[in-house]
Design a protein around this ligand. Structure first.
Ligand SMILES: [Zn+2]
Length: 77
């Protein structure tokens, strides 16, 4: 895979070099999210965590964050 089309911004770019996520989610991120949009999400993630007062060791809170990430990045299910 040399280039990807980003689900969020629609640009065709180089994929991210790697992600923190393994498995299907990691593959989806690499295939559908450009490095610029990932950087935007990293900023947005802090806002989401603060806004919802998420405690990421709580599985329910973690899944809320994952849902926000998928919406923000417009990842396919
Ligand atoms: Zn993008």
């Amino acid at each position: 895979m040399s280039t990807i089309t980003c689900s969020r911004c629609g640009r065709t770019t180089e994929p991210m070099a790697s992600t923190d996520f393994g498995g299907a989610l990691g593959e989806t991120l690499l295939a559908h999210t450009c490095p610029a949009c990932w950087k935007e999400w990293e900023g947005q993630r802090v806002i989401v965590i603060n806004e919802y007062r998420l405690n990421l060791s709580n599985p329910d809170h973690f899944s809320t964050l994952m849902r926000s990430m998928k919406e923000f990045l417009r990842l396919p299910e």
